[in-house]
Ligand binder design. Sequence first.
Ligand code: VG1
Ligand code: CO
Length: 557
Amino acid sequence: MAPVIVPTTPFNDQKPGTSGLRKKVTVYSQPHYVANFIQSIFDVMSGSGDDGIQGQTVVVGGDGRFYNPEAIQIIVRMAAANGIRRLLIGRGGILSTPAASHVIRKYKAFGGIILSASHNQGGPDGDFGIKYNTGNGGPAPEKITDAIFKRTGEITEYRTVETPDIDLDRLGTSQLEGMTVEIIDPVADYAELMESLFDFDQIRSLFRGGSQGGTQGGKFRMVFDALSAVTGPYATEILEKRLGAPAGTVLNGTPLPDFGGHHPDPNPVHAHDLVAAMTGPNPPDFGAASDGDGDRNMIMGPSLFITPSDSLALLAANAHLAPGYAGGLRGIARSMPTSRAADRVAAKLGIPGFETPTGWKFFGNLLDAGQATLCGEESAGTGSDHVREKDGLWAVLLWLNILAARNQPIGEIVRQHWRELGRDYYTRHDYEDIDNATADAMMADLRASLPTLPGTRIGDAEVKTADDFEYRDPIDGSISKRQGIRISFADGSRVVYRLSGTGTGGATLRVYMERYEPDPAKQELDSQEALAGLIATADAVAGISKRTGRDKPSVIT
Ligand code: VG1
Ligand code: CO
């Protein structure tokens, strides 16, 4: 059967943000909306001979949210019509983002299409997303996402075939209009990769209690909250089956199209089952959660929230205890708003520390060039060169490996780290769903004030430097401008302002604040208390409460 050419007209809103194209399901389900975007990806990635997507292998999978199967069926037909040779699809349409990255790399695929809106809410009224990853397994860099956006504005037709839906639930290989479709186990390859990086025997004996003991004299216990999103099957297989953690360790372990009403964002506000377990009576020794598509992680000890920035620093300082990193790290990269705790570890280890814009795509070149081994973002993203996405379960397993190797309670490990290198008090305040015009005006005014800010006093604080972060990629020299406004003060503390690039309604202002505390006697404060002065300064500098009418942020992490 010949491909069908369907005439279409452009949508003007298909601009990928921090991590792919995210829109409401109601936007995605308009006729031709998915098809236009997919054809734009294929058009941009097409070429002649080996440099184009035709005749190649492509990976497809998503986080299981509402509209996932429908979108996959559209993609399958269009892939066949666009000359793709082979599609690898996770069973049930499921692939966590890091697992998709691994599958792309392992099977040397040309690229992959990941269906996810990550930590955004799902369901018929929730969000959906599509992201294109390149052959290194990582999110397409800006030059490709820009080209895709340009193409969405010019598109006049797309190609598809008229065939019935394929069965996504049955493992195995079939043919569709000359294209091979393979439905693969979404967990197996990923679980094998994790076994190659970590000492599963050592972690198993931690769970058995044995000589490594638990922190309360009994068996080591943990909870992992999958928030009814994609990591459930991965965590159940790895933690409960392969590592012998007792059944029930994984909470909310079945992926549901609407995430069971959970907001799949692993932070102290949304991961309430985890927080309840870790702060209640007789808490487990270790707690973790992941997000919608499995690339984020939240780490807790008994009554202790470990900020993602601290987690990155601690993982970097201890990674050599896991077999996959026993040879040491080449470098550590963090996104600009992430605290500078990781820089202190890089300095101590005598390795380079890199500062990149927000979004995992900016780590790709450093990882490919072998300049960075570990990367992290303050938004609960941590990962390494094992894939080209951040990886939630990987971070949990590295923590478990470290806990097993050090045989020390997590709280003690964290405090020892602070005593040695100092504590970077850190918080992020999000103001969600503010009026777009208000948010834009606030950022514009902040930008305009940058030249005159240095030297001025706001309350007790004296501004030392103020700029809009501009990044020059050290590998390919590409420049990314306007990546966030940074203001640092004479006492070394810092405030960063930026607008979110993953939301689907209104604007979200993110304000990131940090202050370094080298004195061990002053490292036990609550972070909101420790940062109270800076929080007030940040409000005064940008006029947040005055302009938005909000007296407090919507989410504090
Ligand atoms: C947010 C985070 C950023 C992260 C991005 C994608 O972006 O701040 O660090 O890389 O989400 O993560 P923004 O532009 O909303 O601040 V995920 O897990 O949603 O793919
Ligand atoms: Co995510």
